[in-house]
Design a protein around this ligand. Structure first.
Ligand SMILES: [Zn+2]
Length: 277
């Protein structure tokens, strides 16, 4: 599933293609025919991403809400749109550009109150200027749930996926199983600042890189990572391989139905829980 930076890039791209323009909408596949008919001819005022949710705000107050889920994809181009190929749920176009959406989990029109409901169920998005990291911390500090699950919970932090969460916990030196309530306030604000930086860079570059300059392939004299996700990471999908920092084999475990990866040496439980040993 795309992480938040991808959705923020799409919001910027769609603004560039259609911002201020009267947009024609259709649903070649037919599943969004009614919504497309209501939308067609409206002017796109603005776009925004909130976590993994994309919103187009049109004049007249209606919003298009898209969540790509696991299989959703956008394609766009210049000029006349091509004959629809496959299951195109939504097609937008102007004289200059076209945009096709296939396979999303959500593609719907929302009224302003419905947009408020959507926002209210989402946590703080590190990529949004209006995010307040004190809000998620109020939940995290009281929770016995592991940080891995808390940081993936979109009602706590919005936009983070497996790669950012796995890597932010490595960079913070905390095992993914650390209970939320063992995270200090300083620890949380450190993780938040790191997410803001890592995700912000990913919006610019379109890939996820999480290693410090001294651990880049050229600095370490190692081959670059080969993976369809691209980007240089410390532990994500590196089970059994040596940690770039200490050389210990990276571990993998199933946690809350997802794969978690960590270095048992670099990521030790916080001091408080180690005191007894
Ligand atoms: Zn290590």
């Amino acid at each position: 599933m795309p992480e938040g930076h991808t959705v923020h890039r799409l919001a910027a791209r769609h603004q560039e293609l259609f911002g201020g323009e009267k947009v024609l909408a259709s649903s070649p596949q037919g599943r969004f025919a009614e919504g497309a008919a209501l939308l067609s001819g409206a002017v796109l005022d603005s776009t925004e991403a909130y976590g993994k949710h994309l919103l187009h705000h049109y004049d007249g107050g209606q919003a298009l809400h898209v969540h790509l889920g696991l299989y959703g994809k956008f394609a766009d181009g210049d000029g006349e749109p091509p004959a629809p190929v496959g299951q195109v749920r939504l097609r937008l176009h102007t004289d200059l550009h076209w945009l096709d959406l296939r396979g999303p989990t959500a593609c719907e029109l929302l009224s302003p109150p419905e947009v408020d409901v959507l926002r209210a169920r989402l946590g703080a998005d590190p990529l949004r200027a209006d995010a307040d990291p004190a809000v998620p911390y109020a939940r995290i500090r009281r929770s016995p749930t592991p940080l891995f699950a808390l940081l993936l919970d979109q009602s706590v932090v919005a936009g983070t996926g497996l790669i950012f969460v796995t890597e932010a916990l490595f960079r913070a030196g905390l095992p993914p199983t650390t209970p939320g309530r063992e995270l200090t306030e300083q620890g949380w604000f450190g993780i938040w600042a790191d997410l803001v930086e890592l995700m912000g860079t990913a919006v610019e570059t379109g890939r996820i890189d999480t290693v410090h300059a001294r651990h880049l392939p050229e600095a370490m004299g190692r081959p670059p990572r080969v993976d369809r996700h691209g980007g240089e990471v410390y532990v994500y999908r590196r089970a059994g391989l040596p940690c770039h920092v200490c050389g210990t084999a990276v571990l993998r475990a199933d946690q809350a139905g997802r794969n978690s990866y960590w270095c048992p040496r670099c990521q030790r439980p916080p001091r408080r829980s180690r005191a007894k040993h």
